[in-house]
Ligand binder design. Sequence first.
Ligand code: UDP
Length: 374
Amino acid sequence: MNKDNISKKKYDYLIVGAGLYGSVFAHEAKKNGKKCLVIDQRNHIGGNVYCENIEGINVHKYGAHIFHTNNKEIWDYVNSFVPFNRYTNSPIANYKGKLFNLPFNMNTFNKLWNVNTPEEAKEIIKKQTLEANITNPQNLEEQAISLVGKDIYKTFIKGYTEKQWGRKATELPAFIIKRLPLRFTFDNNYFNDIYQGIPIGGYNKLTEGLLKGIEIRLNTDFYTNKEELSKIADTIVFTGKIDEYYDYCYGKLEYRSLNFKHKILDTENYQGNAVVNYTEASIPYTRIIEHKHFEFGKQKKTVITEEYPEEWTPSKEPYYPINDSRNMDIYTKYKQKSLESNIIFGGRLAEYKYYDMHQVIGSALSKAKKIFRT
Ligand code: UDP
């Protein structure tokens, strides 16, 4: 019998998940002459960066995504599919109806303490951190106060963080906050990275560009079709939850979920900024996103999204991995098991990492470089 007839499968790669990792990997594989099939259980590509056009506005359906990176190669890569605009993230914090600039900078300190110079601001922070007298922080609250003092902690961190993670700050591990950057200039740019922006025309342009010419099957669940799909390609690239892939054999990994309440408003400009964080505990959502401002939209209506953090259950979307020591111990076992297989696990859910977009793209590109030796 002809040897080729026995071993040749229809595709070189079956890529499970059409998010950023899957899309970048598929693009690189195709570029290297490989035949790919990309499947996704949702009815669209793009994973969580997918945008739905509502009233002419690109609505970030699965949470706001703002692209930022220091890596020129990654910036040039994404810009080769779609040009990016000059959007700069400058979130506003709303605490009990009073508005402050983020990240913590001279504008914030001026509003909080009525100080005008870096020296005055530094003096207050130094006094408060010394007063707290914390040498060995045991939890997130102690860690934060020892870094920035009680005023900033109470106004901007405690309420937001407790809502975000669903636990008291005194019960959260200190390592979640290693650094809390304080900026002693009047600079409201949230990120420190050199490159930042939003794809002109929305993120779908990026994922459509990446997946151009590649076979895609939407509304296709891997597990329901596992038997057929497992035989279809030489290699599987899996971007879903790694614990689910292994049938939770070492236990379940935990995530934090979010509930997004999207609203169409008959007004042109609701809050004057894309991102407003609600930092007090009594307001149940953590932030309101007004999507048109990501692309400087001038539409007659506006779309806003309230973001409610939620406990994750299997019927909900797993947004944030909870990388505490218990979960990391479990993940390490899955990771070890995955290394003994020939399946490629990549992306936020498969690597169980709180990834930003540029990091997911970096992870997929370096995997592709290794395999295709480019
Ligand atoms: N955070 C906070 N107050 C804020 C914004 C953020 O205390 O107004 C803390 C909070 O613990 C949060 C973390 O900073 O989990 C990271 O927030 P960011 O908005 O940067 O990340 P994202 O949720 O967008 O990934």
